[in-house]
Design a binder for this molecule. Structure first.
Ligand SMILES: [Zn+2]
Length: 165
């Protein structure tokens, strides 16, 4: 099934040295790994990683990706930019063609979420919201744990918040 308002996507681009600009440029990956579904008109749900998933950034990247596609180019995001696939993975390679659940090598979670989105959008939204809230909580706990480890490594000294990590 071809999913409406979707694009096939992969996690990371390869990079290639450009002798003219002297920069490493992102290029389409030779081995893209599982193919995820970017559902560009679905509700992305609450942020998982508050700072990285902020809605203004998401809207900006969405515009940029769809703009690249109007120019018939695969959208390749640099390291600091990503959008979320239906399964929640961060994707940085967004192809021109729609996500098709029948293709080989598709992410099974994305396939089932994409079908759910087409058949029962309310249930899709509910599951995304519940998942994102669960992941956001885990993310917070992970940060708290990092703080605790830092505190322990410093002994009884207070953590210096100005420290550059
Ligand atoms: Zn996926």
């Amino acid at each position: 099934m071809k999913v409406a308002n979707s694009r096939a996507a992969a996690c990371s681009p390869d990079t290639k040295w450009d002798p003219i600009t002297k920069y490493r440029q992102p290029v389409e990956p030779a081995d893209p790994g599982p193919i995820h579904a970017w559902l560009y008109s679905a509700d992305p749900g609450p942020p998982i990683e508050g700072f990285l998933d902020r809605p203004t950034e998401l809207a900006r990247l969405r515009r940029w990706i769809l703009g690249q596609h109007e120019r018939h180019e695969t959208a390749l995001l640099e390291d600091d930019g990503f959008v979320r696939a239906a399964c929640g993975s961060r994707v940085r390679v967004i192809y021109l063609h729609p996500f098709d659940t029948a293709n080989v090598g598709v992410c099974p979670k994305c396939a089932s979420m994409a079908v759910l989105w087409q058949t029962d959008p309310d249930e899709y939204d509910r599951q995304i919201k519940a998942r994102n809230e669960r992941w956001a909580k885990l993310d917070e706990e992970r940060y708290d744990e990092d703080d605790l480890q830092r505190q322990e490594s410093y002994g009884t000294d207070p953590i210096d918040d100005d420290e550059q990590l």
